[in-house]
Design a protein around this ligand. Structure first.
Ligand code: IVH
Length: 626
């Protein structure tokens, strides 16, 4: 399309727009949110990296106030998240915005309103103030989120900070609400003459309903502040959130005012940055790990070292290109780091080992099942295409297999699956269907009645809709939506199995990546064995029939907002059954916005764009007319 546009512009220069993508440098960033100009600028902080520097900073300030023997400071943990400013008018939260460049940020009020630790109303009436703080994602929530991302074969976040940023910049606040975000409030513009110190500001904010980080401390002098830094440099690893330093702030607001700001940071505060810990150790081995979704990653096996609060004996090497880049091999002395990221990483080779065996080569076969590994289209990684039979993938695959959007097997959860795999009762999802009640009785903590129930629900799952069956197979890049599209296009599983790359490429939205992975999947002989076993166990998906006269909504995109009389799913189903599409955001292309009670911002957007808004009755009428 870009090339076509270039050619057209050459031929018809009179129609070339000044903002054409062909003249812009870099990405044509689609601005997702509205700009918000901060009432008072948000500053950054100067950093200090040693206790000496910290003392110097303090002594310099003290020199300006010779009649003071000591100056109190407040120490707070520096939270590694995203700064936001919240405006309250008459005790109501009116605007929540990102820091941006300090002058202008993005208005993300709807998303911030979903954060539980942000008060929507203050605890006292008639108050106007601005609160500032850091939005973060707890480490535990980050791990859970990445687990869910992996299970649904979506991109993983590198660290909690990126996950928090991604969650805040969602178009749909419902997704933000599902992410476990929280806020620590660390500053306020109160316009309250009774509040005379930073400590009082914090306590006032707390009284108004804000969440403070409980670990702040008032210190009499810089020595106490240094003790605080030393303590948290070690203790930080026990916290459920990431912190990369300590912020030290002069307590008295009158002194803060006198000191003022440089062009980018306050003179009355500084950040002491914790050192990222690095350690050297010996690389004992390079293990090949196959993840729950088949991704192959090399893992460094290390002589154990204590680093950043825990003993490390393994570190990720990411992929085989990284091994080449580092020129790393077994026996080398390597440098390990565990900084903001939670997973330790090999940074560099310090001293090469004997290297008798030459350069380290990527394996050709999966160490767990022997399948020939294949490169993932557009990625540096290799993956094991034996989706259904590879033991390394089995637990994850079966969990996915049993989930609601797949075979929907009630009562088949993570711990039961783990037991079934560990006791070798199943070697693939197909084996689920030959399990007997007696087999299930051998599992821990399962009584006859629940074994019988589980047996029944496994048996009851044998004839799912085709789309759910395709989804259950876990074909790379084929998720819930694409499974529905494939089912609609091919109507039977047999048709899909024999589809050519061209057949798949005919589908709008399916590119080489999807065609390639569907073909790889059906090429793998182990997968085919499992498919045969499924059929032998009479696991047969329903076939689709082309329904005539049911394309009332063909080519129409709906957006649903607010609460309706039935769950949203059921409306989505009706729309899709009648050939329509459902989208989560309103654009000019939206045909109808189906409006329920208490609608969200989509309603305003629809009005702004002049999109047709209908209620449930009108929706039924549309259906009925046809
Ligand atoms: S005070 C004018 N306190 O650090 C002083 N900042 O590098 C502004 N941060 O943008 C900030 N924890 O996002 C302050 N307890 C804390 C903090 C904190 C994290 C962040 C904040 C700011 C950045 C500056």
């Amino acid at each position: 399309m870009f090339k076509e546009l270039e050619a057209l512009e050459k031929e018809f220069p009179q129609f070339k727009e000044k903002n054409s993508p062909t003249v812009k440098v870099g990405s044509t960033s689609s601005k997702k949110f509205e700009d918000y100009t901060h009432k008072t600028r948000l500053y950054s902080l100067d950093n200090t990296y040693s206790y000496e520097e910290l003392e110097k900073w303090y002594e310099k300030i003290k020199a300006d106030f010779p009649n003071r023997k000591e100056l109190e400071v407040v120490c707070e943990l520096k939270i590694d998240g995203l700064a936001v400013a919240l405006t309250y008018e008459n005790s109501e939260l009116t605007v929540g915005a990102t820091r941006g460049d300090g002058v202008t940020g993005e208005n993300i009020t709807a998303n911030l309103k979903t954060v539980k630790t942000i008060p929507k109303h203050l605890t006292s009436d008639g108050i106007s103030l601005e609160a500032r703080g850091e939005i973060y994602m707890p480490k535990s929530a980050f791990e859970q989120l990445n687990k869910r991302q992996a299970d649904s074969r979506q991109k993983l976040f590198a660290n909690p900070r990126n996950a928090a940023a991604g969650s805040l910049r969602q178009q749909n606040p419902e997704i933000t609400a599902e992410r476990e975000l929280a806020m620590f409030t660390y500053a306020g513009i109160l316009n309250n003459p009774e509040v005379k110190t930073h400590e009082e500001t914090l306590l006032y904010l707390k009284k108004m309903g804000f969440n403070l980080n409980p670990n702040f401390r008032k210190c009499k002098n810089i020595q106490e502040a240094i003790e605080y830094c030393k303590h948290w440099d070690k203790a930080r690893y026990d916290l459920d959130y990431a912190t990369d330093g300590v912020v030290i702030k002069i307590n008295e607001l009158a002194i803060q005012n006198e000191l003022g700001f440089t062009s980018r940071a306050p003179r009355w505060a500084t950040a002491f940055k914790f050192p990222p810990e690095e350690m050297s150790t010996t690389l004992l081995d390079i293990e090949i790990n196959v993840g729950r979704t088949g991704a192959v990653t090399p893992v460094a096996v290390l002589e154990p070292v204590f680093i950043s609060g825990s003993t490390v004996s393994r570190a990720t090497l990411h992929n085989f290109d990284e091994i080449k880049r580092l020129d790393i091999n077994i026996g080398d002395r390597v440098l390990i780091k565990k900084a903001a990221e939670i997973i330790p990483k090999v940074i560099t080779v310090m001293k090469k080992g004997s290297r008798q065996s030459g350069a380290f080569e990527a394996p050709e076969k999966c160490p767990f099942c022997g399948s020939t590994l294949v490169p993932a289209e557009g990625e540096v990684n290799l993956y094991c295409p034996n989706t259904l039979g590879c033991p390394a993938q089995l637990k994850g695959r079966v969990e996915y297999w049993a989930s609601n959007d797949c075979m929907d097997i009630e009562g088949l959860g993570e711990s039961i699956i783990a037991q079934l795999v560990d006791k070798e009762l199943i070697k693939s999802p197909a084996d689920l269907y030959s399990l007997t009640v007696d087999d299930l009785m051998t599992l821990d903590l399962i009584a006859r009645k629940s074994a019988q129930n589980l047996y029944n629900s496994i048996q009851a799952s044998k004839h799912p809709p085709l789309a759910r069956f395709i989804n259950a197979l876990g074909i790379r890049h084929v998720g819930k939506e694409m499974s529905e599209i494939l089912a609609k296009k091919f109507l039977t599983f047999e048709n899909l199995k024999h589809a050519s790359a061209e057949d798949i490429l005919e589908i709008e939205g399916a590119g080489e990546k999807i065609a390639g992975s569907v073909l790889d999947f059906f090429k793998n002989s182990y997968n085919n064995e499992v498919l045969q076993k499924l059929e032998a166990n009479s696991v047969i998906p329903e076939e689709l029939k082309r329904e005539e006269g049911k394309d009332t909504f063909a080519g129409l995109t709906f957006v649903i907002t607010g609460t309706l009389s039935k769950p949203r799913d059921s409306f989505e189903k009706i729309i899709k059954q009648h050939g329509g599409k459902v989208s989560s955001s309103v654009s000019k292309k939206t045909a109808y916005v189906l409006l329920g009670e208490a609608p969200g911002s989509k309603f305003d957007k629809a009005r702004e764009l002049g999109v047709k808004i209908i209620n449930e009755k009108e929706f039924d009428d549309l259906l009925g007319e046809n």
